[in-house]
Ligand binder design. Structure first.
Ligand SMILES: NC(=O)c1ccc[n+]([C@@H]2O[C@H](COP(=O)([O-])OP(=O)(O)OC[C@H]3O[C@@H](n4cnc5c(N)ncnc54)[C@H](OP(=O)(O)O)[C@@H]3O)[C@@H](O)[C@H]2O)c1
Length: 290
């Protein structure tokens, strides 16, 4: 039995915003590694245009994705892609605070700062309305237990005003998702997940049950491609690469799974996008999840 994971395989965010399940993450456009040197701007613009050519119609970004020396993901997306092709969905996230010279976000914006951050994304991307805005509470390792209602209500208000089409949540617990859903619909969740790590399967199950998109961050491990014998074995059987199996495995896991691998490399982009055509078998999946 095979599980087809082709580029024509779509998901309707919020029930009405259709995206291909193989998308693109923009965090690595300014720099490929956290704290690393900036990428060549022309190469990053080329990566973006090629991603769209290859069928990526779901780009994940944030105003706080920039290199301290200046290059920023939102600016690159606008420069490379505007006027935007019909159907291109740009998702962004708000919550983290990052000053211009900081290597990483250093904290959270106050609730009162969320409107300005949404307006900043609108301005930087050159759009009248944002397709999908995730609230991203907490730090990278912060426990997922803080109430998010006050901040989510502000985003829900901006949605009512028409500045945002759909809302999402990133780096949240099931309790935080439930809290947010008492305020407004949640179209997508973006938590950390890769096929080699069983964490967050409970959240994935909730998303699958309720038709919420699940667009994991660090789908390729985030800090280096995972060295995993199961993935290597499946890759060898298919004549595929390890990153391709990591991505095809994700897509095969659930119909609500949306891949947003990040790269600043044209060669890695080609490799990652080709993973959408890699059909894994049920036996492959069982081996990957063993
Ligand atoms: N919500 C959140 O808290 C959060 C956190 C992190 C990321 N994100 C989003 O999730 C997206 C995906 O996560 P991510 O980009 O951090 O991590 P990732 O996709 O797991 O991995 C990206 C890293 O892998 C490298 N890479 C990509 N393709 C490769 C390939 N085929 N072979 C070898 N290396 C490859 C990239 O470097 P090269 O440039 O050299 O390819 C980069 O260093 C981001 O772009 C961002 O949009 C969200």
């Amino acid at each position: 039995m095979t599980t087809p994971t082709t580029r024509n395989d779509h998901f309707d965010l919020g029930g009405d915003l259709r995206v291909s399940r193989m998308g693109f993450g923009a965090m690595r456009l300014p720099a490929s590694t956290r704290g690393g040197a900036p990428n060549d701007r022309d190469t990053s613009l080329r990566v973006l245009r090629r991603a769209v050519e290859l069928g990526a119609d779901h780009i994940d970004t944030a105003a706080f994705y920039f290199h301290p020396s200046g290059p920023a993901a939102n600016e690159m997306i606008r420069s490379a892609l505007a006027p935007y092709p019909d159907g291109l969905v740009i998702a962004t996230k708000v919550g983290p605070y990052r000053a211009p010279g900081d290597p990483y976000p250093s904290g959270q914006l106050p609730a009162s700062g969320l409107r300005a951050e949404v307006e900043r994304n609108l301005r930087e991307l050159g759009r009248d309305s944002l397709d999908l805005v995730y609230l991203r509470p907490g730090g990278l390792e912060t426990p997922l237990d803080e109430p998010i209602g006050e901040r989510f209500e502000i985003l829900a208000g901006l949605r009512e005003e028409g500045l945002i089409r759909h809302l999402g949540l990133s780096h949240v617990s099931a309790a935080q998702l439930a809290e947010a859903r008492t305020i407004a619909p949640v179209a997508a969740v973006q938590n950390r997940f890769d096929i080699t790590q069983p964490a967050d399967t409970e959240m994935l199950a909730i998303c699958e049950r309720d038709g919420i998109g699940y667009a994991p961050y660090f789908p390729l491990g985030g800090f280096g491609i995972p060295d995993d014998d199961r993935v290597k074995a499946v890759a060898a059987r298919h004549g595929a690469t390890v990153p391709q199996v990591l991505l095809a495995g994700l897509l095969a896991l659930s119909p609500v799974m949306l891949a947003i691998p990040g790269t600043g490399s044209p060669a890695h982009l080609e490799e990652n996008m080709a993973a959408a055509d890699l059909a894994l078998t049920a036996a492959d999946l069982a081996e990957l999840r063993a």
